[in-house]
Design a binder for this molecule. Structure first.
Ligand SMILES: [Zn+2]
Length: 215
């Protein structure tokens, strides 16, 4: 923190949001914003926002918050359920255990850090990997665009999600993809692995390392 700057507190932020709720503590559905877009999966007339909960006392600990208890203490002992499409000595690109879009991958460093604490020596490589993964995903015939996410609210160890937005399914564009995705049928494992293997092999071409671990 930079000392001496008068920045808004959590209480001040929350109070302003709470002041916008109705007698039941509910916000109004913003029909002029995303809920009203034609790419939003739910019909506005059926929507009601859950009552706003009280401000929590603190941020809860996440999985792997204590480095000694994180999977990265022994990466090979806790491999990703879906498999690894590519890895080198510092990173691995894993498959989500189940995908509903053409490809769902997550990139994670093998050393313990979060997005705000990536060591200088890894940050540049992360940038090049993000570019290369995005490009490879967008080469897949069934993908129209790469979507990139980092939430970080569940796990303390950095993981960047790459989702392939289905090509020509224009209703799935933009951030509503995550809501659509929850409701889609699962992709067959062999289709997911074939798409992920393509991305992994592209990374081997560009960076060396090891390709898919399921062959
Ligand atoms: Zn870790």
């Amino acid at each position: 923190m930079i000392p001496g700057m008068d920045l808004e507190t959590p209480e001040e932020y929350y109070a302003r949001v709470a002041a916008a709720t109705d007698a039941e503590g509910r916000l109004t559905v913003a029909v002029e914003e995303m809920p009203g877009w034609d790419i939003y999966p739910y019909e506005v007339d059926s929507l009601r926002i859950k009552p706003l909960r009280p401000l929590d006392d603190a941020e809860p600990p996440r999985r792997g918050e204590v480095p000694e208890e994180c999977w990265c203490t022994d990466p090979d002992a806790q491999p990703p359920v879906g498999g690894v499409a590519w890895r080198n000595e510092r990173w691995r690109l894993a498959l989500a255990s189940e995908s509903k879009v053409p490809v769902s991958l997550f990139l994670e460093p093998l050393v313990h850090c979060d997005l705000a604490t990536v060591p200088d020596g890894l940050a540049g490589e992360m940038g090049r990997l993000v570019v290369a993964i995005a490009a490879a995903v967008e080469e897949l015939p069934s993908v129209g665009r790469t979507q990139l996410y980092r939430f970080g609210d569940g796990g303390a160890h950095l993981h960047l999600f790459f989702l392939g937005r289905p090509r020509r399914v224009l209703q799935f564009r933009g951030s509503p993809l995550l809501d659509w995705e929850e409701n889609l049928p699962a992709l067959p494992v062999e289709v997911h692995r074939a798409n992920a293997a393509y991305v992994g092999r592209r990374l081997v071409e560009a960076f060396g390392g090891e390709g898919p671990d399921w062959f």
